[in-house]
Every structure is written in C-alpha cells, then in structure tokens.
Design a binder for this molecule. Structure first.
Ligand code: RAM
Length: 909
C-alpha cells in the first residue's frame, strides 16, 4: 500500500513536472496549512504554496496574492479585497492576509503568482476558504438532546452506558434557487449529521476532543449539493465520545450528549433561511445503537432500526420533543484541525476456528479503528459478538488482560435471517485479533474489513534502508503513531486509558512530524494543554485533563514547550508560541515557586519511566543503580525549557524576559553541577546513561568535560548493558542523536539494530507490529503493558532522518528553508532512502555506500537550498551542473552549497 502511494506520488510529481513546460509552477496552495479550508476563525489567515520547476536553483524573488469575494472578481481583478502587489520576498509559507476586513461566514477566493530567478509562474488556480461564525451573538441555535436516561441498563455512573440519540428536524426551502447552504455544527461527545439521508461528510468522531468546560469546537461544512428544493430533513446521531463515557481512574462525565446546529441557506434572490437546533426538533434514544462507549464498544440492535429516520417523509410521531440542554460552557471555537477519518482499509489474513465454535480473525497488523462486517449471514435475534485484542493466549483465545477494564466488545443483533453488513459509529479499538461469536458457519476473509482510523492528515515521509530491522521498526512506528492520533496524541488506543499524556510526545512529536503532517493536530493539542492549565499555572500531565493531574514537575509538562518548538522548526509556525507564551511563562514561574529549592528542581513524578528493569517480569525497575534521580531529570529538563523560552521570548517580542531566563539558567547550571557532577570521574550522580546524556545534550556539562562525560555513556552502554539501551522515556529522547553527535554513530546503529532484549528489534523479533509501552512488553505484568505506545521511540525517527538520511534543518533554518545534509555512515549500513515532504516540497536523500563506492541522489525543493557536508575520504567528484553554488574543502570535509534541484553525487571511480 505504502509503496503504491509512493509510486503514485512519484508519478504525479513527474506528471506535474512534465506538464509545466519551461516555467516554474505554483502547487499546493494552502490557507492556514489546509487546502480550501472551511471555517477559518482568524482575521489574518496565512497563505502558503510550493513551487516546482524542472530547472535547478530556483529562488522566488517576489509574490503577489489576490483575494476576492467571487471567482469572477478574482479572474477580472476587480473589487479585490486584497492585492498584495508585487512583494519582493522569497517567503512562500505562512504569509498573513493584509486586505480589508474579513467577514464572519464569508467565502473568499484567492490566487498567487510568483516571480523567480527562472521567470514568472502563471497565476495559481483559484482557491477558496470560508470564514467561521466570528461572533458569539450570531449563534441562534440552542443545545438540545434528551435529558434523561430512558432505556434499560443505561447508566451515568462509573462506566457509563448509554444509547445513541437520534435527532431530526424537517424543514422546507423557499422557491428561490439555493445559492449556498452552510452547516455550523457541534455535537457532544460526537455527532454524525445527515441531510436527506446522506452523510454530510466522511468525517467521524466529530468534533475534535477538548477540555469542554473551557472550549467546545464546532465544524463548518458547505452542504449546498445536499439540500433540495422543497422538503428537507436534517438528522443527527449523537454518541458519547469523551463527553459522556470515561473510564479508569476518576470517571469524568460532563453530562448527556447534546447538539448545537445552525444551517444557513442563502438564496439567489438574496434572502436567507436559518434552521437551528431548538425546541422544535424531535429526539429518540430508542434506535438501533443501544449502547456506545469508546472503551466498552457499541451494541447495535437491528430490530430497532429507524428506517428512513434521516429523510423527510419518516413518521416521527413516536419520538419526543427534544429537551433544551445546558450550554456546556466552553467557548465555542471553530475547529482548526481536521476531524478523524477512515484512511485505510485492510483485510484479515487468517481466520481460525476455536473448539468452542468461535472464530479468531488475524488482521496481520496491530491496528486502530474497527472492523466492518460485509455480508455475513446472520440469524434473527442471534447476536454476533466481536471482541478485540492485541494478542492471543497460547490456546489461540483472545488475550485481554492488558486491556484492564475496557470491554472492547461490539454486538450486532440481526432483525431477520440473512445477510447483513455493519460497522460501528462511535467506538474504536486497538487490536490485531478479533473474536467473532454467534456465527453458525465459517466466514470468509472478505466478510471483514479493518477500517484504519486517525486524524485526517497526509503521510509525509518514507524511509527505507539496507537494514531490515530498521525498516520494520519504521513501519511499526508508522502504524503506532497514526493509531494514536485521536484528535489528540494518545498514550495508547486499546485499554481503559487512551489519554493525551504529555510526556510520551515531548521529543517524539518531532520524529512524528517527518512521517505525518501533524501540524494542525499538535497546534490544537497545545491549546488543550493551555485550556487544562490551573489558574496557578500548573500543567496537567494529561491534557485535555480528563484525568486532572497537576504534579508541578517538569518532564511531562516539557512536552508543551517542545511541541511548540517542533511546530516552529518543522513547519515554520510561530503563532502557537506567540499565543501560549504567557501560559508557558506562568508555568515556569509556578515551578520556581513550588518545586525549586536552591536552584534544583526537586519535584519529579515518573522518573525515567519504563526503563528496562532488572527482571523481565517487572514493570518498573527497583534497582537504585539503574534509576536516575528525579531532580536530575527535572532540573536538566527545566534548564532546557529556560533556554527554549529565551528563544521564544526573542521570537515573540518579549526580549525583556530573556535576561531573567538566562540568569536563572546560569544559576541552575551551577547549582546542578555542584550537586551532581563529579569532575574527577566526569560522572553525574550514579552515572546512568540518562543522567549523563541529559546533562550533555541539554547543555549542562561544564565546558571541557563533554567528551569525558560522553565516554562514560559509551562505557556504561557497552560494558554494563552489552551495547543495549538502558534508558526509559527520558534518556531515550536524546540517546541516538547524542551518541552520534559526540562521535559514536556505530554504537547508535548497534542499539537501533539489536534484536536482543532490550531493543526495538527485540519487539520486532517477538512479533510486534507496533511499538510497545515496555521494553519487556512480552514478559511484564499486564497491569500496564500496552502493545501500542510510541513513547519509547524517543529520538529514533529524528535520528533516522537527520543522521542516517541527512535531512536536517541547518542551524537557524526554519522548516527546511536551508538544509544541512550530512548523513552519517555507521558500519554495516549500506543504503538509505528517505523522502520527506516538507512545507516547501519533497526532500529526498538516497545513498548507497559499499566499500569505497558511494553514490547519493538528492532532491532539494524549489526556493530552498542545502549545505552538503561529506567526509573527504569518500573522494567525491563534485558535479559541475547548474545549482552547485559553492564548494569548500576543510581538512576533513568537503562542503557543497546547492540550490534546489536533483543531484547525483558519487565517489571518483
Ligand atoms: C501511563 C500512560 C503513559 C504515561 C503515564 C505516566 O499510564 O500510559 O504512557 O505517560 O503512565
């Protein structure tokens, strides 16, 4: 599949390049990082584009953006709201709108034209965006639902159980022609909306999750083609999602599901109609979805089907008038990130019959989403039950111990004998195996489809090497990362948890950003973190804070800062830093007040979480020699936050804060080294790899001692751990880059390719198709043992890209405007092929190195450049083609400055 997408990608690029003739061409025009987005809430949306050219060394010299209210005006360049004029600049990402004021609910058309050193490009095809409802006063809709439990077995307590709500509203249109119809909609926990029997979108689990008491997201959909002249029906199904239906720890229930909808119809004669959720709607919870809870599963009783409920002519006389529900209070906010979607389908690879007549499907992959049933033969009243798990017991039955209290069970009850097809609406599971019971015959593979669910986003990176373990681990990471995107990055998708745990992503989010265009998801998540912050400045280490945990420690909250740094460095987006600067500042002050003593941050909660323990049955190590002291973790990480904050202060015009941060950082560094550093041995505290590595990589080691501290890391790893990883979630964030930066890429490579315990390769050897929560996931207690966590990836993916492929931002470069391409060549690795679709376009690096023969194919996107740096002993013959800007030789290296284009480098034969 991936290869097919890859090949199609190449074909499309070739076609585009082939069709464009001599001139450069603008492609991928975006507003607020999306193509033709709906419901933009900022008055200064930002424009981005890429340029392609079949000539090397393209530099944009100027751009011109035009915006109008109609396509016609745009084409005729009349009534323009904004004509930027020719702006001399090479900037091609995130350029803010500067035209006349944008209107709430407006639709805008735009185009861009660029001038380059290779001539002008034609105007881009017209694009559009629509504006959200900008003023709260424009909402005429009310929150509606069914404000009681009226079905057997429903409960709002503990592990909630609730039937889906179905709501409907018939309405008529005027005689005048319909010009445009737009639906503004939110439904908590989740909604699915239908117009005249048709889904308004393929989005699922909408709207995105949030900390509802502070913020509620709504979506905007243009629905013009779904409206008909005359009688119409707007129908909405409501499920629990995270609003009503939590599990594990403190149960968080915000209230019964509710809907807010406002449909605005504009007619050709200039008049409008507004259909809103209000007391005129009807509701029933007596439909087929008799229970839904994300953790427990969905139960569907086909005997209760409401055929045609979402079309105008349905008889709803048995339905009740809706209840007006309490406003959930959070600020209504246009959702900035796409919703979830089914983005891939897979087929099971095997069906096994168990002695008790049940069947086990093997999906061949630990996946996240659900299974759709296709044309199974059912018997009237005989439930078909699907249960999901990541593993099997030795006797081939489902292994569910690690799911804890989550029931993960879907039930379908047929209304008649015969074939049926079905899939759930409001639940998801993390699983490789599915147990099917209630069938009297052996089903076929084609009766089941695995529906892979995550936030709608593109895959941006491919990665392949001559080493099979690396390739497999990359694939496992790919499945694990996307499987843990659920409107927020979650810790895991299967057990009774599935929360936005901060620490899991602190550094991982950078690596993920090479593989997925996750900018909007993380941009939204940092808002969840701020929305979950306490008035005193504490950050909840689970955000949105469905579990409210204010530890006033550092290692997990650091993800807030790190994610924003990632958004800036990877995507060039400085807005989140600006927006959240005051909240970050409050948090830093809070820590100083409550968690710092004598310039050491003393509070730490999780330690170097999930390090490989001394015994394979343990979850957490008890051996003091392996553990890193909490204050080492929090002090080094806090130090890194102060440094980041100095950068952030500079970027956001808060220069007055910089001296304070730097002064505090200097004092912390001094106190920290006095307390924990032994200059004679160059060891930190008990000499764990994590203590030494964090001190080194985060810049706390006193000048001149770096190499000796590094030698301790190498010694410890090679001698005490036999060339294996010894760190948990903290140390692993710096390990691979650290080993490489200080000169031992071979040891990093060994760790990356080990298949003995503990290692990522060990997981692979034990059959993992995702990444485990624990290095010893195969033997540890199931109490906390997920087969699909991504936190142990640490900086592995960054290392794959930056160090193995040589795809890295040059110092001070943002979003790969200037690359530093300096691949490292560990012994044993002979081939790397990586692509990354950056905001400027596709970057490629493919090298082969066998004995003395070295070849390297590079693609550098238009309007960017690269500094290529290779050891002299590779004996490169420098190409003389256009685009090679400058060649410099040092004693050990050759440096070549390249403009955009495609290059082939090789060693002299
Ligand atoms: C576990 C979570 C998560 C981790 C916390 C501390 O419960 O799964 O991965 O961040 O603990």
């Amino acid at each position: 599949m991936k290869h097919t997408i890859f090949l199609i990608g190449i074909l499309v690029t070739l076609l585009l390049v082939g069709c464009q003739g001599k001139h450069p061409t603008v492609i991928a025009p975006k507003v607020e990082m999306q193509e033709n987005p709906q419901g933009i809430a900022t008055l200064t949306p930002r424009f981005s584009w890429q340029i392609i050219s079949n000539e090397p060394d393209l530099v944009q010299q100027s751009y011109r953006i035009q915006v109008a209210q109609t396509e016609e005006d745009l084409a005729k360049e009349q009534n323009l709201l904004w004509d930027s004029g020719d702006v001399k600049s090479d900037q091609s990402i995130l350029i803010p709108y500067e035209g006349s004021e944008l209107r709430s609910k407006g639709i805008y058309y735009w185009r861009v034209k660029v001038n380059t050193n290779q001539g002008a490009a034609k105007w881009s095809k017209p694009q559009f965006w629509t504006m959200a409802l900008l003023n709260d006063s424009e909402w005429q809709a009310q929150w509606i639902g069914e404000d009681s439990l009226s079905n057997p077995n429903e409960t709002a307590e503990g592990n909630t159980r609730l039937a889906a709500r179905y709501l409907r509203k018939p309405f008529g249109t005027k005689d005048s022609k319909i010009k445009r119809a737009t639906l503004y909609i939110s439904g908590l926990g989740m909604y699915e909306a239908f117009l005249n029997g048709k889904r308004i979108s393929e989005d699922v689990f909408a709207p995105t999750v949030s900390w509802y008491p502070n913020r509620v997201y709504y979506n905007v959909y243009e629905v013009t083609p779904l409206i008909q002249q005359g009688n119409n029906l707007l129908g909405v199904k409501l499920g629990n999602g995270r609003f009503f239906g939590m599990r594990g720890g403190e149960t968080m229930v915000f209230g019964l599901p509710r809907l807010l909808a406002q449909l605005e119809i504009q007619y050709a004669d200039g008049s409008t109609d507004v259909i809103v959720s209000d007391e005129s709607w009807k509701v029933t919870s007596k439909g087929p979805i008799i229970a839904n809870n994300e953790y427990d599963g969905e139960e569907y009783d086909a005997r209760l089907e409401l055929n045609g409920w979402d079309t105008p002519n349905y008889d709803d006389s048995s339905w009740k008038p809706v209840d007006i529900m309490e406003n959930p209070k959070g600020k209504l906010t246009a959702q900035p990130n796409p919703n979830l979607r089914i983005q891939e389908e897979i087929q099971p690879i095997k069906i096994t019959k168990l002695p008790d007549g049940k069947f086990i499907l093997d999906m061949g992959q630990n996946m996240v989403g659900w299974v759709r049933i296709n044309n199974l033969n059912g018997k009237k009243d005989q439930p078909i039950t699907l249960r999901f798990a990541e593993l099997l017991n030795p006797d081939s039955t489902l292994y569910t111990a690690n799911l804890r209290s989550a029931k993960v069970t879907n039930i379908y009850i047929p209304a008649k004998d015969g074939t049926f097809s079905w899939e759930p609406s409001f639940v998801y599971h993390g699983f490789r195996y599915v147990e099917v019971s209630g069938l009297d015959y052996q089903p076929e593979l084609s009766n089941f489809t695995g529906r892979v669910l995550y936030d709608k986003m593109t895959t941006t990176g491919q990665f392949e090497t001559s080493n099979e373990i690396i390739n497999r681990v990359f694939k496992n990471a790919y499945w694990g990362i996307r499987g843990n995107y659920r409107g927020m990055p979650t810790d895991c998708p299967q057990r009774d948890e599935r929360h936005g745990w901060l620490g899991d992503r602190a550094t991982g989010c950078f690596g993920e950003a090479f593989v997925f265009d996750n900018a909007l998801l993380y941009g939204k998540w940092v808002q969840d973190i701020e929305d979950s912050q306490s008035p005193e400045g504490s950050i909840s280490v689970v955000s949105p804070r469905y579990w409210t945990i204010y530890n006033d420690d550092v290692t997990w909250p650091a993800a807030y800062f790190y994610a924003m740094n990632m958004l800036y460095r990877q995507f060039g987006d400085v807005e989140p830093i600006k927006k959240h600067y005051p909240s970050m500042k409050r948090y830093l002050e809070r820590i100083q007040q409550v968690s710092m003593q004598d310039y050491i941050i003393t509070k730490d909660t999780y330690g170097d979480w999930c390090m490989p323990p001394e015994s394979q049955e343990l979850i957490h190590s008890k051996d003091p020699a392996r553990k890193t002291a909490g204050p080492i973790l929090s002090t080094t990480m806090y130090y890194s936050l102060l440094n980041l904050m100095s950068d952030f202060a500079r970027l956001t015009g808060n220069e007055q804060d910089i001296a304070g941060y730097q002064d505090l950082a200097a004092k912390i560094k001094e106190a920290y080294n006095n307390r924990y550093f032994d200059a004679d041995s160059a060891k930190y505290d008990n000499n764990t790899v994590t203590a030494n590595m964090l001190s080194l990589r985060l810049g706390l080691v006193p000048e001149g001692y770096e190499q000796r501290v590094f030698e301790n890391i190498v010694q410890k790893t090679e001698v005490d751990f036999n060339g294996h990883v010894s760190t948990g979630v903290l140390g692993i964030q710096q390990l691979m880059r650290g080993l490489t930066q200080y000169g031992n890429v071979d040891l990093a490579y060994k760790i990356a390719t080990n298949d003995t315990y503990p290692s990522w390769g060990y997981m692979v050897r034990k059959g993992a198709t995702t990444i485990w929560e624990l290095w010893n996931g195969d033997t540890a207690d199931p109490a906390m043992n997920s087969g699909n966590h991504v936190m142990l990836l640490g900086d592995l993916l960054i290392w794959y890209y930056e160090d193995l492929a040589g795809i890295k931002n040059a110092a001070e470069s943002i979003a790969y405007k200037k690359l530093l391409m300096e691949p490292k060549f560990p012994k044993g690795l002979t081939h790397v092929k990586a692509t990354y679709n950056s905001v400027y376009g596709e970057i490629k690096s493919e090298w082969t190195k066998e004995n003395d023969a070295f070849t390297w194919d590079i693609v550098i996107p238009a309007n960017t450049s690269a500094l290529v740096r290779l050891p002299k002993d590779l004996n490169i013959s420098v190409p003389t083609q256009k685009g090679v800007r400058k060649v410099t030789e040092t004693d050990s290296h050759i440096e070549i400055e390249l403009g955009s284009g495609t290059y082939h480098l090789s060693s002299k034969s």
